[in-house]
Design a protein around this ligand. Structure first.
Ligand code: PXL
Length: 276
């Protein structure tokens, strides 16, 4: 295992098992020092709860970053998720440019859409801004919906490999380098992940347990980052993260009261074992 000082930039949803409440424990379990830059504080996530509070932290972020500069604090890697405003994309880019050690990977989960739709907080202007962040990233982790919004390719519920090839080429043409495309299923009972790097792709197919489980994108991305930063290849990290996420969904399924996220904590030991 490799000990790295990572920075993750995303919101705190106080309840809902997503974003920072998922990234912190998973990256810590992966053995990394995990520093955070919260983009917003919400009472819950926005996918299924109503009347949630939302405190935008855009104004605090430049001062936090300036203090880090004064203290000469730098990171060995950065992973961004759900951001609180369009303006934050510029702040994140500045952090990419100024606060990273040489060789640090920039991993961007565009975290803005699912199931063919943008999340409630986002609009077309945010998508345009996200494209500029995607260009800066070493690795992006979109789902198919996010890949469609980023590229303008039409969203489809069912598709074949040729459609995925179009999507990957379109992502490359907007400047994406390596891509981990999640939620790619060619049959009704399977899903999987496509890893695209250096113009070639590999597919890892796995079981599909249920449709639309909340928070799994963040579990997946965090587990992927933790493994990649432990020196795993892009493909191996994608496989470790997929297996772990599937197990978390299996473990949670059947508990209707737990609709808002997955019970990832009791299975962290399996994730750690997979990395050894
Ligand atoms: O899991 C993505 C996510 C993160 N943060 C907030 C969200 C969502 C998805 O809906 O609402 C606040």
């Amino acid at each position: 295992m490799v000990y790295r000082k990572l920075l993750t930039i995303q919101d705190i949803s106080c309840v809902g098992q997503c974003s920072l409440t998922v990234a912190l424990p998973i990256l810590s379990a992966a053995g990394h020092e995990t520093c955070i830059l919260p983009s917003a504080v919400l009472s819950t996530h926005t996918a299924g709860f109503s009347g949630f509070t939302f405190r935008d932290l855009t104004q605090d972020m430049p001062a936090i970053s300036a203090h880090w500069a004064k203290e000469n604090i730098r990171f060995d890697g950065v992973y961004t998720g759900y951001l609180g405003s369009m303006e934050q994309i510029g702040i994140v880019k500045e952090i990419f440019d100024t606060r990273l050690n040489p060789g640090a990977k920039k991993i961007v989960d565009p975290a803005m859409a699912d199931g063919g739709k943008l999340y409630p907080a986002f609009d077309a202007a945010y998508v345009e801004a996200m494209k500029t962040l995607v260009r800066e990233a070493d690795v992006i982790l979109p789902n198919i919906t996010e890949a469609c919004f980023l590229t303008g390719v039409e969203y489809r519920e069912t598709y074949d490999e040729a459609y995925i090839d179009v999507l990957l080429k379109a992502l490359a043409s907007i400047g994406a380098k390596s891509v981990v495309l999640t939620g790619v299923g060619y049959t009704p009972d399977s899903t999987g992940v496509v890893v695209y790097e250096n113009g070639g792709k590999r597919y890892y197919r796995h079981r599909k347990i249920s449709k639309g489980c909340h928070g799994t994108g963040d579990v997946y991305a965090s587990a992927f980052v933790g493994a990649l930063e432990n020196g795993k290849s892009l493909y191996d990290a994608a496989v470790i993260a997929a297996d772990y996420t599937v197990r978390c969904i299996e473990f949670t399924q059947g508990d209707a009261s737990h609709w808002y996220g997955v019970k990832f904590e009791p299975l962290l030991s399996e994730y750690i074992a997979a990395m050894r």
